[in-house]
Design a binder for this molecule. Structure first.
Ligand SMILES: [Zn+2]
Length: 252
């Protein structure tokens, strides 16, 4: 199984062990710095370097293959971002990251939009995959802005839009985006994810736990996959969600 969106830097080694033992072979860790940055790019750069240089080794000790996505999370948007972009270009060139992420809009401020667009341009120019965050609050309204910006700036085939639920899936289903389902306490239960899959099929979706410093379930991917199995869903369809769609999309 592949958990397509986690925040390994805020989780313990015990989580990695549980995930691996429960059948997760690979996870993709995304950047999100949960503290104040004060427009200081050095703080963010430290955070990104820590993810890249430290967490994959930590996870590997427990068997978990941790891939890395780096970028400027919308809540970490900063004006002074040149050194971050310089580094992002190098990481992409050296194939050290599998995607730019997570990026997107949260409070929908002008600065967030500016930084978001700049990262989409970089992704389009380098043909990088992007993992896009959608907020907990005002999800549908912000999502329609995100969709508009994405369609103007990048090939939608490079994009996964994440944390989509029953209320927002209609907005994306007819587009060429890949759609991320996040099963996490306070975000979405297993049953809601299954309702979406029942309605729209398994082809367009990736699955993740988004484990972070917020309430999280490191086993939400195996919980969802095994529930589908218990309920008698077709093995081929389950495998798409468990790993095949993610392998194809991220080329991992
Ligand atoms: Zn996240």
């Amino acid at each position: 199984m592949i958990d397509t969106h986690i925040h390994a830097d805020s989780r313990t080694s015990e989580d990695f062990e549980k995930m691996f033992i429960s059948g997760i072979d690979t996870a993709i860790t995304c950047s999100y710095y949960p503290y104040k940055i004060n427009n200081n790019p050095e703080i963010l750069l430290n955070h990104l370097n820590r993810i890249l240089n430290f967490d994959p080794k930590r996870a590997k000790e427990y068997g978990l293959d941790l891939k890395v996505a780096l970028g400027i999370h919308p809540t970490n948007s900063l004006k002074n971002n040149e050194i971050i972009f310089e580094q992002l270009e190098k990481w992409i060139e050296n194939k050290e990251i599998v995607a730019i992420g997570e990026i997107g809009l949260d409070e929908n401020s002008d600065l967030e939009k500016k930084v978001f667009k700049k990262q989409l341009e970089l992704a389009e120019n380098t043909k990088s995959k992007v993992i896009i965050h959608t907020p907990r609050k005002n999800k549908l309204k912000v999502l329609s802005e995100i969709k508009e910006i994405v369609l103007e700036n990048i090939n939608p085939k490079l994009v996964v839009i994440d944390h989509i639920n029953l209320n927002t899936v209609e907005e994306l289903i007819d587009e060429e985006f890949t759609i991320g389902l996040t099963v996490q306490p306070q975000k979405m239960e297993v049953e809601e994810a299954i309702e979406i899959l029942d309605k729209y099929g398994f082809d367009k979706f990736l699955l993740n736990s988004d484990i972070s410093n917020k309430p999280s379930d490191p086993l939400s991917v195996p919980r969802t996959i095994r529930t589908l199995k218990r309920l008698g869903y077709d093995e081929k369809e389950i495998n798409k969600l468990a790993f095949k769609n993610a392998k194809k999309f991220f080329k991992i």
